[in-house]
Ligand binder design. Structure first.
Ligand code: GRG
Length: 299
């Protein structure tokens, strides 16, 4: 997986993200005591595990659509991938999903043990906020704009977003979950970080409220569409490469919708996402391509 998964258009963007992630890890390595090397190794193992880089690519594409230089938002894009990676490491732990593999390889706790996996996740989450502050390096953004990015990330990754959604995901009585409850969980657990990826660039430029709302509509529709596409893939394939066999039942759309109803909803959400950014004209091309990738994704 990797560049191809998000289409040829994003190949150069994936490389930009991967090079930036690598240079940051090297920076860490140089500034840390050698005794912390096992932690860096576990962070590197999951960061380089073959993810699609959907969230950072979204941030670069939203930035481009707003006329910003994508390179200037790389620190925030990298922060999103750190948070996403920590969430997958922790999600795989025995206390949560208890998944032995991730992207065709042993999950972090299977490779390094539970204690190091927990700490690698903690380190990625903490360092993500440090990364965000590196937005100041380009000298393009005001400190107040960078602080707004920090607040946006905390809001969408924390209790009000992904972590809150994860709480509901693990505590709900799966067999009795209704469509509105399942949707509420997905909007928070998966959708919130995707929405944050789209909204971050709107905090770094002065734009009118209508444009922000258009980006919000795009991000919300895309976040939910991504989860439906994930559940559809689950329903079509008994064992997913990305995650391995499921040990625990999860609240998902397949419980309350047929595959054809899910496809219909996915198509409506993708159309809605694309319409939301159509007023940007040619500048929305990458955002449209990402939405089409999610409509048709096979992995
Ligand atoms: C542990 C706080 C905490 C949160 C975990 C998002 C999440 C919350 C867990 C992941 C569970 C899951 C598989 C959700 C389905 C949608 C999803 C986020 C899939 C993985 O994202 P991709 O496909 O991953 O972007 P790659 O491998 O491409 O990086």
């Amino acid at each position: 997986m990797g560049a191809d998964a998000l289409g040829a258009f994003s190949e150069s963007r994936v490389k930009l993200v991967n090079d930036y992630l690598e240079s940051n890890l090297l920076r860490f390595e140089k500034s840390c005591s050698q005794r912390f090397e096992p932690l860096i190794e576990a962070m590197r193992y999951s960061l380089e595990g073959g993810g699609k880089r959907l969230r950072p690519i979204l941030t670069l594409s939203a930035a481009e659509a707003l006329g910003l230089n994508p390179k200037d938002v790389l620190p925030a894009a990298c922060a999103l991938e750190y948070i996403h990676t920590y969430s997958l490491i922790h999600d795989d732990l025995p206390a949560l999903d208890d998944d032995d593999t991730r992207r065709g390889k042993p999950s972090s706790h299977k490779r390094f043990g539970e204690a190091v996996a927990i700490l690698a996740g903690d380190a990625l989450l903490t360092e993500a906020f440090g990364q965000t502050l590196l937005l100041s390096e380009s000298k393009k953004f005001q400190p107040s704009q960078i602080l707004e990015v920090v607040e946006l990330l905390a809001q969408h990754a924390g209790v009000r977003g992904m972590v809150g959604g994860q709480l509901l995901d693990v505590t709900i009585n799966t067999s009795e979950a209704s469509l509105p409850e399942i949707e509420f969980i997905h909007i928070h657990k998966t959708g919130a970080l995707i929405l944050a990826s789209v909204l971050i660039p709107t905090k770094l430029i002065s734009i009118d409220e209508q444009k922000i709302q258009n980006f919000r509509r795009y991000g919300e529709a895309l976040g939910l569409a991504f989860q439906i596409s994930d559940d559809l893939l689950d329903s079509e394939t008994s064992i997913r490469y990305s995650r391995g066999p499921r040990k625990k039942p999860k609240p998902c759309y397949t419980q309350v919708m047929s595959p054809s109803e899910m496809k219909q909803k996915l198509n409506l959400l993708i159309d809605h996402a694309i319409n939301s950014v159509s007023s940007l004209g040619d500048k929305s091309k990458n955002l449209v391509d990402i939405a089409e990738f999610i409509r048709a994704r096979k992995a």
